[in-house]
Design a protein around this ligand. Sequence first.
Ligand SMILES: [Zn+2]
Length: 185
Amino acid sequence: MNMVRLILFPDDAQSPIPDQKLLFDGLQSAGLVGVPSNRDANIYCPGDQFMRLLTFLGCSPTVSMADESNDNDNPNNYYIELAEPTQDISVLQDDREFSPRCPQCGKSNSQWHSPLTSAASIYRCNECGMQAKAHEWDWRRHLGFGRTWLNIWGVHDGEAVPSEKLLELLEKLTGFVWNYAYSRK
Ligand SMILES: [Zn+2]
């Protein structure tokens, strides 16, 4: 399995854990999620609407909806995982270092950066003095936060974005607005 991913998570990091069954069943009936893979209990193959619910920005790949376990390097192998929710806000990131922008003045803050250990730590902007929790800073799609999230494994940074339809569906199923980021692991 290609360990790069598009991560979908609630825009407000403090959102509560939604009804996971309702969310999963909704994504499956909409055709984002297909048949189970043999990789892990939570990992599924793409459903028949996968290519419509994501917008690929370059050439559209030919997506395999079956589990091709002997073909780990196939760039067109995608898998969907509804991660186990966490009580605390999880930081969804890889091990690259990245400095966020201040939510008030927009200046990049080079005094601190990811990887983060906690979403709730408070940081102060050196430019304007604003103090805000880590999840309130602008990470520009380099990392996400949340108690619940969806991994779409195999999507490289900028390769695809969630369609409006998918974002609307997630909002309808959970009651809150969703956002997205990319990670290399
Ligand atoms: Zn600032």
